[in-house]
Design a binder for this molecule. Structure first.
Ligand code: ZN
Length: 134
């Protein structure tokens, strides 16, 4: 028993639909929290796809399940875990081969234009919207 209002969650990723988020990259929503803004997804990234320049308005963490992700910190191959602190700015994150990664962000991610103005916001609400339409 717990006194928390949030229900326990267990979901089978195989039952969830992929939702496109940027060209060549889809996500499955595993968990979103309107209480904290946290969102946890599975990303599927086709070879040659990339995540544009962005800033984390909440810490993030990832675990690469398969493939390869190249970003500011270097190359992350299958089995690599990474922590991305609040405020981290990442220039293009690229996937030279088909890649799957588990990703959690504790708040929104801002996609930035060249001049650092905000191009778009990816937060738990958008994750919900994208995946409910999928
Ligand atoms: Zn990032």
């Amino acid at each position: 028993m717990t006194d928390l209002n949030m229900p326990e969650v267990m979901c089978d990723g195989a039952d969830l639909n992929w939702a496109p988020v940027v060209p060549g990259i889809d996500l499955k929503r595993l968990f979103t929290s309107p209480e904290t803004g946290r969102w946890t997804v599975l990303f599927r990234c086709q070879a040659g796809s990339f995540i544009p320049r962005h800033k984390h308005l909440g810490a993030g963490e990832y675990f690469v399940l398969r493939g390869r992700m190249d970003y500011r910190m270097g190359t992350a191959l299958a089995g690599v875990y990474g922590y991305e602190p609040i405020g981290a700015v990442h220039d293009m994150t690229s996937f030279p081969e088909y890649t799957e990664l588990l990703f959690t962000n504790f708040g929104p991610v801002l996609f930035l234009n060249e001049d650092d103005s905000i191009a778009s916001v990816l937060d738990y609400e958008l994750v919900n919207k994208l995946t409910s339409a999928a």
